[in-house]
Design a protein around this ligand. Sequence first.
Ligand SMILES: Cc1cc2nc3c(=O)[nH]c(=O)nc-3n(C[C@H](O)[C@H](O)[C@H](O)COP(=O)(O)OP(=O)(O)OC[C@H]3O[C@@H](n4cnc5c(N)ncnc54)[C@H](O)[C@@H]3O)c2cc1C
Length: 539
Amino acid sequence: MIFDFIVVGAGSAGCIVASRLSDSGRHSVLLIEAGGEDKSFWFKIPVGYAKSYYNPKVNWMYRMEPDPALGGRRIYAPRGKVQGGSGSINAMVFVRGAAEDFDNWRAAGNPGWGFDDVLPYFRKLETHARGESPWHGDKGPIHVTPMRGATHPVSDAFLAACDELGLPLNEDFNGATIEGAGVYDVNTRRGQRSHSSAEYLRPALKRQNLSIERGAHARRLIIEADGRVSGIEVMQHGRLRSFTARREVILAAGAVDTPKLMQLSGLGDGSTLFAQGIETRKQLPAVGRNLQDHLCASFYYRSKLPTLNGDFASLIGQARFGLTWLLRRRGPFAMSVNQAGGFFRGAPEEVRPNIQVYFNPLSYRIPDNPGAGLTPEPYPGFLIAFNACRPTSKGTITIASPDAADAPLIRPNYLSTDRDVEEVLQGSRLMRRIADTNALEAWVAEEVSPSGAADTDAKLLDYFRLNSGSIYHLCGTCAMGSDPRETVVDSRLRVHGVPGLRIVDASVFPNITAGNINAPTMMVAEKGAAMILEDAQSA
Ligand SMILES: Cc1cc2nc3c(=O)[nH]c(=O)nc-3n(C[C@H](O)[C@H](O)[C@H](O)COP(=O)(O)OP(=O)(O)OC[C@H]3O[C@@H](n4cnc5c(N)ncnc54)[C@H](O)[C@@H]3O)c2cc1C
């Protein structure tokens, strides 16, 4: 079967790209997705996050390779395997990133990617509850709702604690500055997940010129003798099928699977490919390198006053929250657990905010055993978590075998720079300063973990090494830039030296942004689709 464009991966980015390319009706578009449709009620209700976290039917459930800096632990890396991708299973915190992050993208050899250049695409993709402004859009498909005004009293005490410490308060992390303490925005519409599958793809699928193949696992790109990509081979319900693209194939399989698919197709570092018996079709050493992520750990507190633990643990509490959601589309089931937080300078000499904080009016541990489920701690509690905004450690993704069914090797190399270790200490000290305020005194009964016994930098670092985890922001593995030895795509997201192939997903980030990365990934998709259409027009 022949299409103008084939998009591989119906995730946060892929749903947007397929929808935009099919907008005009002029181009035929095929979207290929390994997972099924996101029909279940649990994808709509924000609290459904907990249901997909360890569900192999909708989640690739990757485990990273043992990390020496984290006590040899294999860190869990959930990834959505369903229409909507990770955007269907994520926690919906909506943060664009700091303006400097995108200015850094531009400075890394990517004209057109500075903050001023990308702001129009952020505005284009959203309908913000605050309405139209220089910072916000009011006509875009993704609905963005501030949680401000609906937070638990302990989250408000957190804001008062930050104020007491002289930290700035911030009404809008997606406004003039990211710095300060505030309440997060979430991508929800009337208490339901508002993501690229529901808001872009579903309406677009009514068009004749857009098709989707679900349960279709892409195994390799079809590359002609002259090096041009002409299609894709997929395994669908046990049957091998191939699809042809007249114009381009666009990879949007995410930061883990896009580099995997490139390597399986002979596009990558020659020696890695040779080791797996794969012929190199184009030497692209940067494929799978530059892996970046936010590594996060929580500080747990027992509370003197009730928090959400009791309600989430009891059937009556759950029924009450369920009813509030059903009748009014409000309450904790309509929100992210990450209610408040902020972006802070971890030390006075820091020139910009470098520590992101999450405040949860609920304390829970994530069990290593997927069968165990996420359960609240058995006492009234809350947690404060942090990660460095722009870690400097870089990891890799490499195929483990030439078999597309095998998971790739994810080596994060967390905490492999002195800078990243220093930021762990900055963040840990900040947690303690916040919890020690008068504003939180009425709430804090005790620090459960790491606990007062962790009274030296070495002990705090040990706690972080043994208790941190990914906050699921993997990116950068097919980075954008001008040098084919260091990067994979150019600033128009075309793969260096491989005609007919682009990448449009979180793998193209040259550097990780401060904050959660779904919003910038969707921005990349809006801008990427616009460039593909422009190029098609002029071709
Ligand atoms: C549990 C979790 C919580 C998160 N919380 C937040 C949050 O609160 N806020 C935030 O901003 N970000 C959050 N993120 C991160 C954010 O959701 C992702 O970074 C973003 O969705 C990545 O988008 P993407 O398009 O690059 O990839 P994805 O959305 O992962 O899409 C990739 C798609 O490609 C498909 N695919 C992969 N391989 C193949 C193949 N070979 N053939 C066919 N299809 C394939 C996948 O099934 C998937 O549908 C979270 C992520 C997770 C996993």
